[in-house]
Design a protein around this ligand. Structure first.
Ligand SMILES: [Zn+2]
Length: 148
């Protein structure tokens, strides 16, 4: 049986694997891009915009900062209490075009030793957890493979 894939946060990213990207919103008045998405009023203090268009965010950025989360995250994050706890990496990615910093969890196997500030990374589909019925999907960050 194939499990249903459900986004952890509906509307924050596309759900088709091939064109995966985070979804932000752009203020139609001043052009500022927001992620997490803003939809009621613009937080640019110089702007009174109240209309927003959904925009896919850049799929690549550079490492702005990162840290190792060596503890079980508190609610609402879910981790299987019976599974061996795997520390994970939290990466802050700078998206140049949008002027945004986006936080993401490192893809499986990506540790702090694989990262350096300024290194190019990509945002890829990931799985937060699964249960008997569903696979809960999220986004992960991993260094861009250097192709020879
Ligand atoms: Zn605005």
């Amino acid at each position: 049986m194939t499990k249903d894939h459900k986004p952890v946060v509906p509307g924050w990213f596309t759900t088709s694997g091939e064109d995966f990207s985070l979804l932000g919103t752009r203020c139609t008045a001043c052009g500022t891009v927001f992620f997490p998405r803003q939809e009621t009023f613009c937080s640019n203090p110089a702007c009174a915009g109240t209309e927003f268009a959904e925009v896919p965010l850049s799929r690549r950025g550079t490492v702005w900062s990162y840290t190792n989360a060596g503890y079980r995250p508190p609610a609402p994050f879910v981790s299987d209490p019976d599974a061996e706890w795997q520390p994970f990496t939290i990466i802050a990615v700078r998206l140049e075009a949008e002027g945004l910093i986006v936080l993401g969890q490192g893809a499986p196997g990506v540790g702090v030793d694989d990262l350096k500030v300024g290194v190019e990374v990509e945002i890829v589909p990931g799985v937060l957890y699964e249960n008997d019925e569903h696979v809960y999907t999220t986004w992960n960050v991993r260094p861009v493979e250097v192709k020879a």
